[in-house]
Ligand binder design. Sequence first.
Ligand code: NAD
Length: 542
Amino acid sequence: MSSTPNIPIPRNEPVLGYAPGAPERETLKAALALMSAEQLEIPVVAGGRELRSGTLVDVVSPHAHQRVLARVHQADAGGIRAAVDAAVAAQREWASWRFEDRAAVFLKAAELLASSHRAILNAATMLGQSKTAFQAEIDSACELIDFLRFNVAYAEQIYREQPGSSPGVWNRMDHRPLEGFVYAITPFNFTAIGGNLPTAPALMGNTVVWKPAATAALSNYHFFRLLEEAGLPPGVINFLPGNAVDISDALLAERMLAGIHFTGSTPVFHSLWKTVGGNLDRYHGYPRLVGETGGKDFVLAHASADVDALAAGLVRGAFEYQGQKCSAASRAYIPDSIWPAVMQRMTDMMATIRVGDVADFRNFMGAVIDARAFRKISGYLERARQDAGVSIVAGGGADDSEGWFIEPTLLQVEDPRYRLMCEEIFGPVLTVYVYPERRWAETLTLVDETSPYALTGAVFAQDRAALVEADRALRNAAGNYYVNDKPTGAVVGQQPFGGARASGTNDKAGSILNLLRWVSPRSIKETFAPPKDYRYPFMGAE
Ligand code: NAD
C-alpha cells in the first residue's frame, strides 16, 4: 500500500577525511583491530532463522591471505528452499505496509550506518575487500547511505505519480510490487551495491533473496544485520551465501521468480538471461531483468588537454581500488604531441604510490580480491611482456606471497585493437594508445568501436569545439560520460550510474529509473455515477 508522506530531502552524506588526529580515524582503527582479531561465523538467514549447513568457505583478507576473517556456511538445498519460501511467504504482509513504514526502516538503516555502524562497515570492507580507508568511506558508508536515503525520496515521486481524472471519475495508479520474489545477485567490489540491490526492490514492497559475492560476505553480512536492527521484518530480505551456480540454478527454476537484480560480469548476466529465457514457460509472469555489468572504460585526451589534470585523472581513475571498479579507466588515447609530458607526469606520480596492507593508512592501494583475479591479471601482464608491440612503461610486477598484490601498471600498445584495449581486465592496468594528433576524428571512431562495452568514459580537452565533437561521436559509447574528470566516482543523486551495450540494461542504480523496474502499476478507474442504459444519445429518434 502506498501513500505520499513528506520525505526528508536527502543530501549526500559528507565524506569523512580520516586525517591524522581526526576522531573518525581512531574509531576506525579500533574497529579494524577488533575485527582482525576475531573470526565470524556467518549463517544463511531465511525468514529470520539462522541455518548452518556445516559446509564452510573462508573469507580472507586479500592483502594478508592467511588471515581468515570469517567462515561462511554455504547454502544447501534446504537453505535455498527455506529462503525462497520465506520470501514468498513474507510478501503479502510486507506489501501491505504503508510506504512510510517501509521507508522508515531504510531511513533508520541509513542513520545507523552514518553513526554507530559506520566504522564497522568500513572496517569490514577494508579487511575483507582490501579497500583503503577513503575507498571504504565513499563506498560502504557514503554511497550506501545515499542509496538508502535517495531511494526513499525517489520512491515517493513514483507514488505521487498519478493520472488525471475527468468529471464523475476518479483515476488512480496503484504502484504494486511484483508478484513473487526478486533475486539479488551482488558483486564483490562495492559494499554499497551489495546493499542497494536487495534494498531497492524491498523498498517498493517486494521481498528478496540476496546472494552476496563470496569475497564480500563479511561486509554484506554486517549490513544485513544492520537492516534487521533497523526493523526489517524477517523474510523480507533473505541472506543466502553459497555456490553461485547451484543457487542460481535453483532460483531461476522457481515459478515465483519475479525479477533479477544483478551487478557483476557480462558473461554471468548473459547466462542468467539465457536461463530465464529457457524457463519462460515455468514462470507466473515475465521476470524483470536488471543487470549492470562489465566495462572497458576509456579516457580520451585531445591535444588541448590540461596535462596535469589528465595525468591525475588517469592515475586516480585507473589505480584506485586496484582498478577493480566497473568504472575504472583501463584504456587511454593520448595524442603524440602531449604523450611525453603525460607519461613523465604519470610515472612521477606512480613512483610515489604505496601498495600494501590497507590498515597502514599511508598506502594508496591494497591487494586484488582473490587468487583467481591475481592469476588473471598477472596472466595479462605476462602476455604483455612477451607480445611484440606492447611496452611496459611503469609497473608490471606481481607478488602473491602475503597478499594478492599487483603493481599499478602502465602499458603502451602499437595496435589500438590489441586485446589490452578491448577486454575487461579488472585490475590496476592502464593501456595507452598514442595517436597522431592530426587523427583526432578517426580516434573518436576508434574509441566508439573498439570494445563491446559502454559504461564510463572521459574526455579531456580545453578546446570547446573538440568537446562538442567528442560528445557527438561518443554519445553511445558510455552511460556515464565525464568531461575533464576521471571516469570513476559517480555520486548517488548526482550522476546516476549504468551503461548500455554489453555493460548492462542501464537502469541507473540509485535513481527513479531503477525503482520503476520493481513496481507493476495497476490503473484503477472509479466511476461515481455510472450510466444506467447502454444506449448513447446519438441513437435517439429524429
Ligand atoms: P561476477 O560476475 O564474478 O560475480 C557477480 C555475482 O554473480 C556474485 O555474487 C557471484 O557469486 C555471482 N555469480 C558468479 N558466477 C555465477 C553464475 N555462473 N551464475 C550465477 N551467479 C554467478 O563479478 P564480480 O567479480 O563480483 O564483479 C566484477 C564485475 O562486476 C566486473 O565485470 C565489473 O565491471 C562488474 N560491475 C559492474 C558494475 C556496474 O554498475 N555496471 C558495478 C560493479 C561491478
